[in-house]
Ligand binder design. Sequence first.
Ligand code: KG4
Ligand code: ZN
Length: 342
Amino acid sequence: TRAPLILGLESSCDDTAAAVVSAEREVLSSRVFSQADLHADFGGVVPEIAARAHAERLDIVVEQALAEAGVTLAEIEAVAVTAGPGLIGGVLSGVMFAKGLAAGAGKPLIGVNHLAGHALTPRLTDGLEFPYLMLLVSGGHCQFLAVAGPEEFTRLGGTIDDAPGEAFDKTAKLLGLPQPGGPAVEQEATQGDPTRFDFPRPLIDRPGCDMSFSGLKTALRRARDQIITEKGGLTLQDRADLCASFQAAVADVLTGKTRRAMTAFTESHGATTIAVAGGVAANRTLRAGLEAAATEAGFAFTAPPLALCTDNGAMIAWAGWERYRLGQTDDMTLAARPRWPL
Ligand code: KG4
Ligand code: ZN
């Protein structure tokens, strides 16, 4: 007999995703339809366009995920779906679709918190034991969490304004680079000088684990405008240097605060494991900085593969399994929640 299989659906932002994951931590399939092209002309995710695209694509993405896993819906143990937080139209599309699937096939339904999905991913990919420290960095979120159980999260600190992914996206927009901005800025930065612009490292010397990224964005705009005023435009090298200097500042702030978070976590939980998750955790400069800081502090460092750091269905399926095995399921009253703190 085979381990139970969970189907996971994700539609809270601009990716429509479905995956089949087993209770034994196998990812049998993971399909992600990016909507980046649909939103490209608008310089950000347009909620109405996103909701409509999710509604149109959920069907096919689920079909593909099942086909790739080589299973039918009948062989699935339960259906897990992101029930928030996120753009309400997309979350609603996913929740309604999952309700239809679950009701139609007579399967249990499990509502999953998107952030819990990211935070529990290292248990899927690396089998991490509780408790561990998690740095969750994405387009909408930035926080340090002590993860002590599938639903036991303690926030140790986080951004007081923008999320780093948002800052990457705005930086890309300011510099005429495509969205999502993170990968584009990272790519540019490989050609740039990270020391050319001395961007601020906000709150870095303050105690605690809170961070700020909005000042960085302002500093970048000012540096860009100054070059344009002086030289009439940005050269490719200017742009690469701006990207590299910006990325260095973000990585410094996150790495510096991670040092403090590790100290606080060891004091409160007596453990020495740290994991990163969320789209920004795909950034190689950041990963390298975090890994070095972790090693220095005697922490074991885990970063899931890139494809499982950005939004995907596998993390939702796994977080769904973690709830399901504790006997927790939802019924047809499961609500879509735009806001849902851990
Ligand atoms: O976790 P995610 O897929 O969606 C949520 O926000 O929940 O994260 C998307 C964010 C975007 O802001 C994107 O620009 C950023 O992650 N991102 C990156 C990289 N890849 C994606 N930021 C920096 N470097 C990257 N390589
Ligand atoms: Zn996410």
